[in-house]
Design a protein around this ligand. Sequence first.
Ligand SMILES: [Mg+2]
Length: 196
Amino acid sequence: MPLRIGIDFDNTIACYDRLFAGLAAEMGVVATAKQAVRDAVRALPRGETRWREMQALAYGPRMGEATLFAGFTDFVRAAKGQGATLYIVSHKTERSNLTNAGPSFRTAARDWMTGLGFFSVMGFARNAVFFESTREEKVARIATLKLTHFIDDLPEVFAEPAFPAATTAVAFGGGPEDWPALAAHLFPQAAREFAA
Ligand SMILES: [Mg+2]
């Protein structure tokens, strides 16, 4: 049976390390990865507010500076070659609760995907991308889509009581080897073809 694979968006497809490092540098903070930036900014005066302002910038007007995790494009190619259907299911609010300026987070994400060829070269269907307002709605979507696998960086998603038992939870670690390893695990046939 062909696989139906759902994929989280933030910190699973879209990598924010470089973007947050840039935003941090603009406020005189040196840190190279998103978590390190968060910890450093939160330690500043008004740190919690400044961190939330930084997030509103990153997921909105500065979204274009996010990068694609290494190996994702090859994973998509392998999946398509093996007849798998891919979905993106993300918990993403429409806007920041701090500011209404700039594009909505969802529009910024769709524009970023369009620019990287998700709906052309990579072959994602536009109606295969779902943005949900809460984690509960995200898990409900995963159930409705009857996914065989769901890939996410947040273990809390898998721990939701309504996370479907029939869907295999796949934890994404965020490293450069994660997508190649997942491709080799889910599509060993395609991995052999790449190697040949
Ligand atoms: Mg995520």
